[in-house]
Design a protein around this ligand. Structure first.
Ligand SMILES: [Zn+2]
Ligand SMILES: [Zn+2]
Length: 155
């Protein structure tokens, strides 16, 4: 991974080490992207869409970051928006994904592991994905009936 340090706007703090993360510019085939790297534990924070650009694998990155359900199983709080995160798995690799903004936390070495998975043609666990899709659908349905009810009340 070719990267160089850049200094720009907003800095995130590593949720494990409580130190400011460094911005690093990474060369991709498209425009370069800026990711946040913890100088202590080498964890990486990726904003929405950045995982796909790094892996160049839409299937795997969609699998990890799209339709991730509504239940939070991660103790981590999103450094970007402060909302709950969930743990998503690609076999034994566990990444934390924000349920709200879609940002991704990768522990040290996980990016390389995901890259290997991608090269091996990982397809994802379809059953687990189905469960999350269903969960998300139910949540939305519940929400929309609650909204209807609330609208009725305010009339
Ligand atoms: Zn750290
Ligand atoms: Zn977030």
């Amino acid at each position: 991974m070719v990267s160089k340090k850049v200094s720009s706007e907003r800095k995130y703090e590593c949720h494990k080490c409580w130190v400011e993360m460094n911005k690093e510019e990474v060369e991709t085939f498209g425009p370069n992207i800026i990711i946040d790297v913890c100088p202590k534990c080498n964890g990486i924070w990726l904003d929405k869409g950045e995982l796909e650009k790094l892996l160049k694998d839409r299937k795997l990155s969609n699998y990890l970051t799209k339709h991730i359900g509504v239940k939070s199983s991660s103790p981590m709080i999103c450094p970007q928006c402060g909302n709950l995160m969930d743990i998503e798995k690609a076999d034994e690799i566990e990444v934390d994904v924000c349920l709200t903004c879609g940002g991704v936390w990768l522990d040290s070495g996980e990016l390389e592991e995901l890259k290997t998975k991608s090269e091996e043609g990982f397809e994802g666990d379809k059953l687990a994905k189905m469960e999350e899709l269903e969960e998300e659908r139910l949540y939305k349905a519940r929400n929309s009936s609650l909204n209807k009810f609330l609208r009725k009340l305010t009339k």
